[in-house]
Design a protein around this ligand. Sequence first.
Ligand SMILES: Nc1ncnc2c1ncn2[C@@H]1O[C@H](COP(=O)(O)OP(=O)(O)OP(=O)(O)O)[C@@H](O)[C@H]1O
Length: 413
Amino acid sequence: MYAIHFPGAIQLEVKRPLKFLILLNPHSGKGHAHALFKGNVQRMLQDAGIQHTLIITERQNHARELVREADLSKWDALVIMSGDGLLFEVVNGLMEREDWEEAIQTPLGVLPGGSGNALAASIHHFSGLQAVSSEELLISCGFILCKGLVSQLDLTSVCLASSQRLFSFLSLAWGFVSDVDIESEKYRHVGAARFTVGTLVRLASLRVYRGKLAYLPTENPMSQPSLVDSTATFRQRLPQSNSDSCCPSNGLLGHTLQNSSNSNNTPKSKQSNPSPLSVFGPTDFLLNPLNQPVPGHWTVVQDEDFVLVVAMYQSHLAEDMLAAPASRLDDGIIHLIYVKAGISRRSLLHLFLAMEKGGHLNTNCPHVVYVKVKALRLEPYSPKGIITVDGELVDYGPVQAQIHGSLARLIAW
Ligand SMILES: Nc1ncnc2c1ncn2[C@@H]1O[C@H](COP(=O)(O)OP(=O)(O)OP(=O)(O)O)[C@@H](O)[C@H]1O
């Protein structure tokens, strides 16, 4: 079905027409996704010999349910036109299938229709083109989609105290970044500028977030799969038990997705809302159960007062936020960036301004730490707060994550 095109990328078979299933969230961004699709992309797909079936999503979790049940053999790719939230549903829907190993290899495609569009911006960035936004980004991603070059994509397994396990393609955030992401929902009518507005509002009421952060650096020999059992997979139907609220370290423990109750006062519109299901996926061989200490060879950060913690596995946090310039789609690395308390408002603003071009990591700001890791654990002490995974609100509390290199595939380049 696939033919090698050039190193690092695989082209979908030259056979055309290709068949794409396109899932479009009509409410994403400013609510114009359907018109944007018809005006900019439809014709491009026709000209490229790509047949598509367009499904307009009707509700939260619609896409997730569809891909969980779909006959994937009918499609050469699953494409979303929305923000990152819809892709998050698709990825997790695929990982909830018994045939997850094969299902998650279905090439995914992204057309930006939201206000953040971080993965779309990352794909555009990786293609080496100059930064663009809005409709120009859509046209660029449409063109990339039509070329049909498939790349490997890392996914990160994220485990919550509620025993939920989620698969993330973009980011895990706590503190300033996740607060801005969720609190700026109310400014979504201004599009991508909502993050700028949200950043300024949050800067005015800058907070310190208390917690414990630990990680496994990439250079640690114990990060290498050859030293641990990386081959075991995680297939059995799991019991509805909360007794081991952790991720499996040996392939035997399970995670049951549970309906999450949002115990804090944060907005619910972006709450990730998984259905109670058996969970499949690769074993998190680097993680200890959440109710046990992290492995002894992990680094435990001495500071416990933070302004933000963000773990990235793509380059962009939003269209104009090049947060992890060194990140690549399939580098097998979590780019962990944290800002320690004590930073002035002025320096933080300077950091965010520099982030537009990715210069924030070169400012020599003593409060900023950047480290490449394979796994991490975050235990917030503050009783209330916001944690996001791929920009979606998840249960607040202890969380840990491990990257799984090249687990999925993405149309990019
Ligand atoms: N028809 C629909 N009605 C309501 N919610 C929907 C519908 N279709 C999808 N959703 C949900 O909307 C949520 C937000 O979608 P998504 O993140 O893709 O767009 P967005 O919020 O506009 O993007 P961004 O985060 O970049 O602003 C997702 O969790 C998705 O489940």
